[in-house]
Design a protein around this ligand. Structure first.
Ligand SMILES: C[S@@+](CC[C@H](N)C(=O)[O-])C[C@H]1O[C@@H](n2cnc3c(N)ncnc32)[C@H](O)[C@@H]1O
Length: 250
C-alpha cells in the first residue's frame, strides 16, 4: 500500500474504533444507492434477467450494510476497504445473516488500486468513500470502476455535492489547486465528516470527465436538512446535506 493509503488506513481504523465504542457504525444500507440499484434490477427483471448470481463490488464497503442488501437479492458480493476492522465487520454481518456463501471476496486494498482482474463485476457501488479522496486518488478510483466493470455493467456512487452546508460555509478554504476540496479538522472525533481530513464536494460536470466512455452518466441530486440539534452539535446553525447519487452504465 502507498504511504497515502497507510495514512488513510490509520484515519479509518481510528474512526471505526470510535464508532464501535459508541455503537455508531453504519448498519443501514444507503437509501439512495439501493433505490437506484433497485431501478436497475427491476429493468433487468422486466427483460427476463434476474439478479441471481450477478457479481457486485462495493468500493469502501465499511461494515457491509450495502453488501448485505445486495446479497439478499441473490447477488455474489465483494468488498474492498483500507480498514481491516471494516472488513471483519462486513464478513460478520454477511455470515450472521446467513449469506457467507455469497461472499466473493473481502479484500484489504485501496479503491485507487484494486487487485482484481478487469471486467470482473456486473455492478460496482460506493457510498461516501470517493468523497474523501484527493484529486489523483479520485481519478484513479474512477479509472478502477471503468476497468473492473464488465461492458454494460452499472456503477452507483453516493458522494458530496458542492451545495452542501460544509462546503458553502468553508469554500474560502478550498485547495487552490483542487477546487471543491477541503481539508477539514474541526475537532478530534473521527466519527464526523468534518474531522476526517480530505473531503471533495463534486460538481455535476466532473462526472462527464471522470466517467468518460460510459454509455450512461446520470447523476441525481438529493438534498435534505438534518435536525437542528444535531447540526448545532456539529457547530452549524443548520446543516443541509447535498449529495450526488451517480448512476452510470459502462
Ligand atoms: C463513510 S464509510 C462508508 C462505508 C460504507 N460504504 C457504508 O455506506 O456504510 C467510508 C469507508 O471507506 C473506507 N475507505 C476510505 N478510504 C478508502 C480507500 N482509499 N480505499 C478503500 N477504502 C477506503 C473506510 O475505511 C470506510 O470503511
Amino acid at each position: 500500500m502507498a504511504a497515502t493509503d497507510q495514512g488513510m488506513k490509520r484515519v479509518w481504523e481510528d474512526s471505526f474504533a470510535e464508532q464501535i465504542a459508541i455503537q455508531a457504525y453504519n448498519t443501514a444500507p444507503a437509501e439512495a444507492v439501493i433505490r437506484t440499484v433497485s431501478y436497475y434490477l427491476r429493468d433487468r427483471a422486466e427483460q427476463g434477467a434476474g439478479a441471481q448470481g450477478m457479481r457486485f463490488l462495493e468500493m469502501g464497503c465499511g461494515a457491509g450494510p450495502n453488501l448485505l442488501w445486495l446479497a439478499q437479492k441473490g447477488i455474489i458480493v465483494s468488498g474492498v476497504d483500507v480498514a481491516p476492522t471494516a472488513l471483519r465487520l462486513a464478513q460478520e454481518t454477511l455470515e450472521r445473516n446467513g449469506f457467507g456463501k455469497q461472499i466473493g471476496t473481502l479484500l484489504e486494498a485501496s479503491v485507487t488500486s484494486v487487485p482484481l482482474p478487469d471486467a470482473s463485476f456486473d455492478g460496482i457501488i460506493e457510498s461516501c468513500v470517493f468523497q474523501h479522496l484527493a484529486r489523483a486518488d479520485r481519478e484513479a478510483a474512477f479509472r478502477e470502476v471503468g476497468r473492473l466493470l464488465k461492458p454494460g455493467g452499472v456503477f452507483v456512487g453516493y458522494m458530496l455535492d458542492a451545495g452542501h452546508t460544509v462546503y458553502r460555509m468553508k469554500q474560502k478554504d478550498e485547495l487552490a489547486d483542487d477546487p471543491g476540496t477541503l481539508v477539514l479538522q474541526d475537532g478530534k472525533s473521527k466519527v464526523y465528516l468534518t474531522n476526517i481530513g480530505v473531503s471533495h464536494f463534486y460538481r455535476r460536470e466532473e462526472y462527464d470527465r471522470l466517467l468518460a466512455g460510459f454509455r450512461v452518466i446520470d447523476p441525481c441530486l438529493t438534498t435534505y436538512y438534518i435536525p437542528k440539534a444535531e447540526a448545532q452539535k456539529r457547530g452549524y446553525p443548520e446543516y443541509q446535506q447535498s449529495m450526488w447519487t451517480v448512476y452510470a452504465v459502462k
